[in-house]
Design a protein around this ligand. Structure first.
Ligand code: DX5
Ligand code: ZN
Length: 228
């Protein structure tokens, strides 16, 4: 039997859905936030044009999303030296802050800073970065994010090798007895969602596959159907 197509067991690991606001309609972000109101989290992609080759949005947009929605604001920082801004993003309404190991020589300090701010601490890494880079902070974090595309843009194709990376980190977390979320971000669709969950993910980020032509409610429903 091919393990990748085996059915995930939603009872064993309830799967969180985190629509990415990067793909929402910014002229009506409050409406889109309302439409995804029964999702688990809102994923907020912050890009600085330096760590990644794209600029998305920053503090004022997070603050506006915070005012418009009670959803858990899951902030993915794709910025150089994120320590400079952790306090500001916490103040603007982040519930969780996820930092890239490649973005700072002080990943341990960054994780500790997030915890001291009373927020959920996440660590992530690009598809080309060896998984070992997250090991020194693995026992400290509330979330590990496996990037399944090179960060910077929505609408890219899922990199198939990501499934092995998810499996490896799932084993590491289980060996530690860690309850940390294992999140996957990039090219996640209703078509590959089961395989991603089966590999060990507990939280799926999806942008373009949620905010499609027929709107985010229909997009979310397709994920729910796929994960039944
Ligand atoms: C990519 C971002 C993602 C992005 C995902 O750099 O981190 O969160 O919004 O978009 P999709 O789901 O369209 O690949
Ligand atoms: Zn993201």
């Amino acid at each position: 039997m091919n393990a990748d197509v085996a059915h995930p067991d939603p009872q064993a690991r309830p799967v969180k859905l985190a629509p990415s606001l990067l793909s929402c309609d910014f002229t009506r972000m409050a409406d889109d936030l309302q439409a995804i109101g029964d999702a688990d989290w809102a994923h907020v992609d912050v890009m600085d044009g330096a760590f990644v080759p794209n600029i998305s949005f920053g503090l004022p947009i997070l603050a506006a999303a915070r005012r418009a929605s009670p959803l858990f604001m899951d902030v993915h920082l794709m910025i150089e030296a994120p320590e400079r801004y952790l306090k500001d993003f916490a103040a603007a309404g982040a519930d969780g802050l996820t930092v890239h190991v490649e973005s700072t020589p002080h990943i341990h300090r960054a994780v500790q800073m997030i915890k001291e701010l009373g927020k959920k601490a996440g660590v992530t890494l690009n598809p080309g970065t060896p998984l070992e880079a997250i090991k020194p902070v693995l026992a400290d974090v509330d979330l590990v994010l496996i990037m399944s595309v090179n960060p910077g843009f929505g609408g890219q194709k899922f990199i198939p090798q990501s499934l092995d990376r998810i499996r490896t980190v799932r084993h590491w977390l289980d060996d530690l007895g860690s309850p940390a979320e294992l999140q996957v971000d990039g090219g996640v669709t209703p078509q590959n969602a089961r395989a991603v969950v089966h590999a060990g993910a507990s939280c799926l980020v999806a942008g373009s596959a949620v905010f499609g032509a027929d709107g985010p409610r229909a997009g979310l429903e397709r994920f729910r159907e796929a994960l039944k």
